[in-house]
Design a protein around this ligand. Sequence first.
Ligand SMILES: Nc1ncnc2c1ncn2[C@@H]1O[C@H](COP(=O)(O)OP(=O)(O)O)[C@@H](O)[C@H]1O
Ligand SMILES: [Mg+2]
Length: 266
Amino acid sequence: MFTQFFGLKYNPFCKEFNIDETYESADIKEFKSRFKYIQSSRGIFLLIGEPGSGKTTALRNITSTLNPGLFKVCYCTLSTVTVLDFYRGILMALGEIPSSKKVTMFHQIQQAICSLYYDQKITPVIMLDEIQMLSTAILEDLRLLFNFKLDSENPFILILSGQPLIRNKLGLSVNSPLKQRIAIKHVMQGLKKEETEDYLAKRLRAAGSLNTVFTSSAAEAIYSQSKGIPRLVNNLATSSLMYACSVRREQVDEEIVYQGQKDFDI
Ligand SMILES: Nc1ncnc2c1ncn2[C@@H]1O[C@H](COP(=O)(O)OP(=O)(O)O)[C@@H](O)[C@H]1O
Ligand SMILES: [Mg+2]
């Protein structure tokens, strides 16, 4: 196993990682600064990014920084769901027991949000991940669901997170009322070229490596193959480490990245 060969406690580039070890990329910093804005104004935040660009990580990271006495985070990841499933998902995330009727569930959601915000002084932060999966019917419904006091107040923060495809859906005229209500957005850009080397080094260090494993040229090769998309960076880093271990090389250079991708990448 390559972890043993490199003196690592675990694979630094595996999917499960400690959220406290989030790499503070320019992307994450910008996301956090825009989130500060929505934290004070409330309303709808749109987060867009290619698969693997770090959207879910950014949401988890924000969650870990919010005071639970002031914010209640409700995270829902969406697949192709019906309106009923969608309502049920939100209610469960809010800690409510969903009724079986659509109309009742609609009111249940609104009441739960109002009770949190007005009675308990806790702002609900509802995160809907993978919203590119949502049908036009649900997107239309979303606007009605998050309409309070004749649209004059925002007792919530709603984060809509999804792949760039969502832009097309929001561009449809039927969805323009929802689009107009988005207060701020952030588009994930991935790691910058100069950040990639630092990211690789930090994740290796967190897993217990004491040496510089990736050379600058290796980091550059990984960046150019991945365009800085963290999940692709992770896959390439893992395949490079596997290949380096198979040929007993302690350092990963550009050639090893290339060979690793050929031999081990899926
Ligand atoms: N800022 C970051 N710091 C550390 N790892 C990250 C960061 N952003 C993304 N990753 C890594 O990339 C993987 C994919 O990110 P993820 O947030 O799941 O992307 P998305 O939700 O956009 O598909 C994560 O599992 C994590 O390992
Ligand atoms: Mg995700």
